[in-house]
Design a binder for this molecule. Sequence first.
Ligand SMILES: Nc1nc2c(c(=O)[nH]1)N[C@H]1C(S)=C(S)[C@@H](COP(=O)(O)O)O[C@H]1N2
Ligand SMILES: [Mo]
Length: 523
Amino acid sequence: MTQATESPADPRADRSPHDAGWAALAGVVAGAAGLAVAELVAALVAPAASTLFAGGAAVVDAVPGWLKDFAVQWFGTNDKAVLLGSMGVVLALGAALAGWLELRRPPVGALLIGAVGVVGAMVAVLRPDATALWALPSVVGIGGAVILLRTAIAKLRPVADLRTDQGTTVDRRGFLAVTGIAAGVAVLALAGSRVVSAGASAVNAVREKISLPAAKEAAAPVPAGADLELDGLTPYLTPNPEFYRIDTALRVPQLEPADWSLEVHGLVDEPFTITWDELLALPLEEHHVTLACVSNTVGGDLIGNALWLGYPIRALLERAKPQAGADMVLSRSDDGFTAGTPLEVLQDPDRASLLAVGMNGEPLPVEHGFPARLVVPGLYGYVSATKWVTSLEVTTFDADQGYWTPRGWSALGPIKLESRIDVPRGSAAPGAVTVAGVAWAQHTGIGKVEVRADDGAWVTAELAETVGPDTWRQWRASIDLDAGDHTLAVRATDTDGLVQTEAQAPPAPDGATGWHTVQLSVG
Ligand SMILES: Nc1nc2c(c(=O)[nH]1)N[C@H]1C(S)=C(S)[C@@H](COP(=O)(O)O)O[C@H]1N2
Ligand SMILES: [Mo]
């Protein structure tokens, strides 16, 4: 008699400790294959419906405001890479656990993976603009992953060894075959999804063929003295590739002009919809406007200045005829993002609020809102600068709110007076040290900038030229410094005489304040 524990009837028999590792690997491979198939199905059906992106978008919308602020603060414009990376790690660990559980406690592992599919399908269907079809990528992909996992793990289960008629054996060869097939599926599906999405959303190709009409009203030319052109000083105009990017879109909306239109509706007498061709046929204007993010910390770089080409939002509203009582325009993006902008700001005849199609002489880059976005001088982006904009709804602050307001940010977001030191950074030689940077008070204008070293007297800086109050302004000063460590500070005064406050405030809920200081070692 062989020992009872060796009996083929006992599922724990002949289990090598390695099998736990193999099972975990099978979990990861099956999970990867499932997600890749979901990508492929999504590329064919609805790109934003993939398990990864619908899930990621749901995470972005669900995480509390403070965590998102933290992510933007620490990772800046890399926040999305960090989110996707952490999602990848969590998913890989979860899939490994599922593989192990499926071996030890079937069908718990399969149920765990299946649950991801159910949640993925649910969050996809709940995305703005989703249809029932959006469940398909998660159902097909993750359903496939469950089948692959169950098939692979079954091979690791001991069966009676027919060769010896004694004890048990495990079909490792069969296991490796199934796992190998799953890995192949993952690679092929991923490659397929890349090919399909490159072909389907040829948005970049379409964009490159567009030549925008010239502005009927050209921008005031940039004065020669607007850019001091010092080494290390931020240029007056920010080139598009260097322009900061902030949005909640994990996958940039791929919106072709032919499929784009803007609906102007809500509390208006004459709602209407405008197409791309109609928009381009209107008399367009060009304006330099400095855009800033409310998440920018003192001294931060979530700010940039560009030449925007577009049609005045004011004129669109005139045509729609807002009704009495309306006080807000809720702009909506193709991806569901919304911003609430005071109606009166958008109607202001002295403010160049644009439905923009061009940025620095070219169509908007896709990540900056192609084919159309809003640009409103003087307001932070989160309450005004909706990218991929498809709807302007005239409404009230009582009835509606923008995306960030229920997440802990102020409903109103005028840009605060701020200034920044760009040079020197780190060290300098003793003697006359050139200090330079930018200052901004969009739509009011910068009247004065002062710098000081340590507790010394404030030195008034020379101001560069500017096209007007809607852009930032460069400044430069010279300060005599001895060898040693120094702290430089800057403060600006706007053209109304308001002096930039020293009081430190964090970005939330309505923008950071405080003087920017830099440490300098002179020697
Ligand atoms: N659709 C959409 N538009 C958006 C956002 C967004 O998340 N989604 N973010 C806003 C914020 S917070 C800012 S600061 C500006 C940034 O514009 P940029 O990325 O072109 O610099 O876009 C605004 N428009
Ligand atoms: Mo922002």
